[in-house]
Design a protein around this ligand. Structure first.
Ligand SMILES: Nc1nc2c(ncn2[C@@H]2O[C@H](COP(=O)(O)OP(=O)(O)OP(=O)(O)O)[C@@H](O)[C@H]2O)c(=O)[nH]1
Ligand SMILES: [Mg+2]
Length: 447
């Protein structure tokens, strides 16, 4: 494949809607439009970015649809190439036939994310901005959306470029001192070099510290509801969701599988997991469910241990100290409390009446904040960025230790070069081929 071949895709989701959008991008995009569009003027004569009404005809000269077509000329388009946007009526068949017409006229079906990939390759955006497009599409809360739009505006890219520039400057200085020792350029050694490297390491460390928050913004905080059978775990999930998502019954062992739903708590996406109740069970099916409960507990950011306050206290259940990532909750506070729970420190709720639920939500938020999981800033890196920056930091550390060991500046230069590559990968400026696929394959076709 060459970048300039012409691609086409339906950019709107499948299904019925008022309109659907088909995009065509590449060197022959306008030619494709000229072949299929019939209107007062041909698309090659269109003024850019102005929509024109016309008709598209299919293979046997049959009318497919009446459409609006706009031409965007390179480089002033999303992809940086000639780009055609055709809005047709939003039916599955209409858009499919329109796409077919584009393919017959010389375009090729686009891979997922290929339009954005071209935008990146043509310098319309850096890699963090391309990734922000996915984050934007997937954002489930206001905070996540704000984070994505800021990344799309290039805030993260800016910080990365600043770190790169500092590394480049240091390297230039060191290389000059290696190449032209006789010119008398003072090698940037000793204290100055250490100080500059120190500040670069601090900047990378600060960005790395946002990784957890980035995960929370993109994926949500994992909150696992667990406890003995019949305690009211599924009832709690339904309550927090606001609708009856899970089957609730007084049969022990109703929930056999882990069930996940996302709720928005104060702008934070919370991934709530309802789990199979814990008990020694004879049924193999239920044991599998309990194994899943245990697995999800290992991945939890926060655990809600639910017990039935109207029942006797299970012997293993302990009051947890306030710092732990577990909240103990006594459910069924509408019923008389069993004397076992006297003086037991725990939140009391009733899923039946809703009593105590606001307090529980408050406590969940407080624990998340305490664990530093609540995003303070909307600048938050993703796992790919974290991987690159970790490697960058390690290389900086090696450069620093080469310095302290009094090795010649060549050693520091080697490590700084590695750091430069690793940091550059975040925005996609060096050796990016291998990472592009993994980034763009997450996109939908037509984006
Ligand atoms: N009185 C009262 N009953 C409740 C309350 N919460 C749940 N229940 C009842 O307790 C029973 C068990 O509720 P579930 O939500 O299915 O319990 P669970 O913990 O998911 O149970 P398993 O899935 O079997 O592990 C049902 O009959 C609910 O109606 C409550 O706050 N008060
Ligand atoms: Mg249940």
């Amino acid at each position: 494949m060459t970048v300039s071949d012409t691609i086409a895709a339906v950019s709107t989701p499948p299904g019925e809607g008022a309109i659907a959008l088909v995009r065509v991008s590449g060197a022959n995009a306008i030619e494709v439009a000229d072949k299929i569009f019939h209107g007062k003027e041909t698309p090659s004569q269109f003024e850019p970015r102005v929509q024109h009404l016309g008709e598209i005809f299919g293979s046997e000269g049959r009318l497919i649809d009446q459409v609006m077509l706009a031409v965007h000329r390179a480089p002033a388009s999303y992809t940086g190439e000639d780009l055609i946007e055709i809005s047709c009526h939003g039916g599955m068949l209409v858009s499919a036939k329109l796409l077919e017409a584009c393919l017959r006229a010389g375009a090729r079906a686009a891979r997922p994310g290929e339009f954005t990939e071209r935008a990146f390759r043509n310098g319309k955006m850096d890699l963090t901005q391309a990734e922000a497009v996915i984050d934007l599409i997937r954002a489930k809360t206001d905070l996540a959306l704000r984070s994505a739009t800021e990344q799309l505006e290039g805030r993260l890219g800016e910080q990365i470029r600043k770190i790169r520039d500092e590394l480049i400057e240091m390297l230039a200085h060191i290389n000059a001192s290696i190449d032209f020792p006789e010119e008398g350029i003072a090698p940037d050694e000793g204290e100055t070099l250490r100080a500059r490297l120190g500040s670069i390491r601090e900047e990378i460390t600060a960005l790395l510290a946002t990784a957890d928050q980035g995960r929370i913004l993109r994926e949500g905080v994992r909150v696992v509801i667990y406890g003995a059978t019949n305690a009211g775990k599924s009832s709690l999930l339904n309550r927090l969701l606001g609708y009856d998502r899970v089957i609730v019954s007084d049969t022990h062992g109703t929930t056999r599988d882990t069930i996940e739903e996302t709720v928005n708590l104060d702008g934070l996406p919370i991934r709530l997991l309802d789990t199979a109740g814990l008990r020694t069970s004879a049924s193999e099916l239920e044991r599998e469910g309990i194994a899943r409960t245990e697995k999800s507990l290992q991945l939890a950011d926060l655990r809600l241990h639910i017990a039935d306050g109207s029942n006797s206290k299970p012997p293993h259940l302990q009051e947890r100290n306030r710092d732990s990532n577990e909240i103990v909750v006594l459910n069924k506070s509408d019923l008389p409390e069993n004397s076992d729970w006297k003086d037991f420190h725990a939140l009391r709720i009733s899923c039946l009446t809703g009593e105590g639920l606001p307090e529980l939500q408050k406590e969940i938020l407080a624990r998340i904040t305490k664990q530093n999981l609540k995003p303070e800033s909307t600048l938050a890196i993703n796992t790919r960025h974290r991987d690159c920056l970790r490697r960058g930091l390690e290389s900086c550390d090696r450069a620093a230790s080469a310095q302290t060991q009094g090795l010649s500046t060549e050693y520091a230069a080697i490590h700084l070069n590695e750091a430069l590559r690793a940091v550059g990968e975040v925005i996609g400026v060096v050796d990016v081929e291998q990472i592009l696929d993994s980034v763009f394959s997450q996109f939908c076709i037509g984006k």
